[in-house]
Ligand binder design. Structure first.
Ligand code: SF4
Length: 381
């Protein structure tokens, strides 16, 4: 298959999660909605079900969810509930609701109240202290709860060897996505920001073995091509979700390529693998403990600004000339972290801009002007 064909297929999946859900259901698969962040999707896969990422929607307007949410909830959380209420996600067999930020915590209960008569709502609380033994133990208890609830939906036990098998499939998929991120930068003349986003987004709506097979084929085709001599500028993107095609087209139109990302919906979700040795449930807990450099995770050494420096190094090591921070409106974790990120970027002499975005944004005029000006500044350096 050609690069164009694979990208087109994955883009079609990314653009139509509802159709993808319907197709899996017609094929006899059970599907589980997985809200952000860090849910152990491997357990869903091990149960023979399809995990469905729920990261809001760029095409919907918040209406019914307003009945349940304060207006200062971010649009991602509100639109997840909207899609549950308006029937978009009616075919789901359950939903996992992590509670890692101050919006998601109450949202888990809003969803439980709104939906629990319609579908199982599986609550998940990650440990704040994720590395000490007591944190791992807490995580294991939580993951066991998720497993038990999935077993009720499945109708039988999820065996350790099934979880171990799922970990292998997911590690392979994470490695392929990390490869793709590098290859997309090396071949940014072929893979523009809209394509890059769609290819990575499709992973949230496909069984990971099917997705990885397609992505590995795409990676092989890209690897066989000479590295491009890019004449435009390169940036690192940072934020929660950067998948709006209209916004990404602004980057493309201004010859801005993405060298790497620090985006929760993209690389932050596949940086860390789980061990393929030993107890597979503990391997998933340890994988969460090993996550790092994320605004959503507690950092015992926060005074060192390790995350800010990590992002600054990512810009340097990826060969980008600057960073664009796509800040979700009403996202407390990102807003509170911003001064520290700014400090690290300033100290490293890295140019950057911050754009306020949300998923109900329909007018991109201001963002387009800012990106165009930023691209011009970077091009002159
Ligand atoms: S965008 Fe921010 S506030 Fe909203 S769910 Fe994510 S971390 Fe929480």
């Amino acid at each position: 298959m050609s690069i164009e064909r694979i990208v087109k297929e994955l883009s079609a999946v990314a653009a139509n999660p509802k159709g993808q859900l319907k197709a899996y259901k017609e094929a006899g698969k059970k599907c589980i909605g997985v809200m952000p962040y860090y849910a152990p999707e491997e357990l869903v896969y091990a149960a023979g079900m399809v995990p469905f990422g729920m990261w809001g929607s760029n095409r919907k307007t918040i209406s019914q969810a307003k009945e349940y949410c304060a207006t200062f909830y971010c649009t991602i959380a509100q639109l997840d509930l909207e899609m549950l209420l308006d029937g978009t996600m009616d075919l789901l067999d359950g939903v996992i609701t992590p509670s890692i930020c101050d919006t998601l915590r109450p949202m888990t209960q809003n969803i439980r109240v709104a939906m629990s008569e319609k579908l199982p709502v599986i609550f998940l609380a990650h440990p704040q202290f994720r590395r000490p033994a007591f944190g791992l133990e807490f995580c294991r208890a939580q993951y066991t709860h998720v497993k038990t609830e999935l077993e009720k939906i499945r109708g039988c036990e999820i065996k350790d060897e099934e979880i171990a098998g799922a970990i292998k499939v997911y590690n392979k998929s994470r490695a392929a996505r990390r490869d793709f991120v590098k290859l997309a930068s090396e071949h940014c003349d072929v893979i523009d920001p809209i394509m890059r986003s769609a290819v990575l987004k499709a992973a949230w709506f496909m069984r990971k073995d099917e997705y990885t097979a397609k992505l590995e084929e795409l990676n092989a085709l890209l690897r066989a091509m000479p590295v491009c001599n890019w004449k435009g500028v390169k940036i690192v993107t940072s934020g929660i979700v950067v998948d709006n095609p209209t916004l990404l087209k602004v980057l493309k139109d201004n010859h801005v390529a993405i060298a790497a990302d620090d985006v929760a919906h993209e690389s932050r979700a596949f940086r860390v693998d789980a061990s393929e040795e030993g107890d597979p449930m503990m391997a998933l807990c340890q994988q969460f403990a090993d996550q790092d450099f994320d605004v959503l995770l507690y950092d015992e050494e926060s005074e060192k600004n390790r995350r800010g420096e990590f992002v600054a190094n990512l810009v340097k090591e990826s060969g980008a000339q600057g960073l664009v921070l796509f800040m979700q409106q009403f996202c407390d974790p990102e807003e509170m972290e911003y001064p520290y990120l700014k400090k690290a970027l300033d100290a490293a002499g890295i140019p950057f801009i911050k754009l306020g975005v949300d998923q109900q944004m329909r007018d991109f005029g201001q963002a387009a002007t800012a990106i165009q000006a930023f691209a011009d500044v970077l091009a002159m350096q």
